[in-house]
Design a protein around this ligand. Structure first.
Ligand code: 13P
Length: 340
């Protein structure tokens, strides 16, 4: 493993003013998104949609890297150019989702374990050869009465660290993503407590499994109220509690933290990131690795019609730019309206 090279990639992934586009929806998830806009989830439609984003030159100035699904990393653009080359030509780094989804965790009703470790050591060199310089593995932790269990926290953290060690051995930067879901009615403090638990366990496992932190990027959720909470915490509270939480759990050796959006509205996700960067004096870069919060607007604008490609690209560019500003703490809601 060449740690200096891994660190260089990790730093580039969180470069000031840029963040990551999560375009790695599994076949099931992209079908759900396409169903919502009345588009058939065919291989060509998935290619056309993703290609329109990767070809948005202005948007890509704010996108340091793109997480791809297995299908996409092998796909060619309409004109025959490999999509990874389109991404690289925008000065952006191709990445690959390598987990194989989740399965029920035995003995733990309602809880999940992320799978995909078995053949991972064999799959990684092929992705590297195809241009991937970073990878993603998502662990899912749900909050509900009686859960998460110690078992779910421990096994998911262990798998995250196994994945991270295998990636680094293959000269690929692991995005370590322990996601605490915001689906329930829990308050922000319960989210804080559970996120602290999974982060502490994850960093302990990374240490036990000899993963140097200079060669990873962390992708956590924010400390945030559940979607169904009666009264949801405001932007400033989310920003302050998230920064406090991360300072307590994430060593300064980690080059950067790139948040998932997790079901926040587009503007909420931007405002939270911006408020955190406005607090300033942070030991790591704080940026975005959004899926839904970057793509909801372009998907709606596109609706599967080639006549709408320019409008979809404009919508994508707007969100990418707003989040790029938020990664510098230079976003404002006035700017949002002015540019919209
Ligand atoms: P969301 O931003 O839609 O949560 O997706 C990010 C992601 O990659 C989840 O694994």
């Amino acid at each position: 493993m060449n740690l200096a090279e891994l660190n260089k990639i990790a730093e580039a992934m969180v470069a000031p003013g840029r963040g990551i586009l999560a375009a790695d929806e599994s076949s099931g998830t992209i079908k759900k998104r396409f169903d919502a806009i009345g588009v058939d989830s065919t291989e060509d439609n998935r290619r056309d949609y993703r290609e329109l984003m990767f070809r948005s030159a202005d948007a890509m100035k704010s996108i340091s890297g793109v997480i791809l699904y297995d299908e996409t990393i092998w796909q060619k653009a309409k004109d025959g150019t490999p999509l990874v080359d389109v991404i690289k030509s925008q000065g952006s780094i191709p990445g690959i989702k390598v987990d194989e989804g989740t399965k029920p965790l035995p003995g733990c009703p309602g809880e999940l374990i992320t799978i995909g470790l078995d053949k991972l050591a064999d799959r990684l060199p092929k992705y590297y050869e195809q241009g991937a310089r970073f990878a993603k593995w998502r662990a899912v932790i749900d909050i509900a009465p009686g859960i998460p269990s110690h078992t779910a926290i421990m096994t998911n953290a262990h798998a995250l660290a196994r994945y991270a060690a295998l990636c680094q051995a293959a000269q690929i930067v692991p995005i370590v993503e322990p996601e605490v879901l915001m689906d329930g009615d829990h308050d922000i403090d319960r989210c804080y407590e559970v996120t602290e638990w999974i982060l502490k366990e994850t960093f302990q496992q990374l240490y036990f499994q000899r993963v140097p932190l200079e060669g990873i990027v962390l992708k956590p959720n924010m400390a945030i109220s559940g979607k169904k909470a009666g009264k949801r915490a405001g932007v400033q509270e989310v920003a302050e509690k998230t920064v406090k939480l991360l300072k307590a759990c994430v060593p300064g050796a980690v080059p950067g933290i790139a948040f998932l959006s997790g079901g926040q509205s587009d503007e909420e996700a931007t405002a939270h990131l911006d408020a955190m960067n406005k607090i300033g004096n942070l030991p790591w870069k704080l940026t975005f690795s959004y899926g839904r919060a970057l793509q909801a607007a372009p998907q709606k604008a596109w609706a599967g019609k080639s006549a709408n490609v320019a409008a979809a690209q404009a919508a994508f560019t707007h969100r990418a730019k707003m989040n790029g500003l938020a990664s510098l703490g230079r976003w404002s809601s006035e700017q949002e309206k002015k540019a919209a």
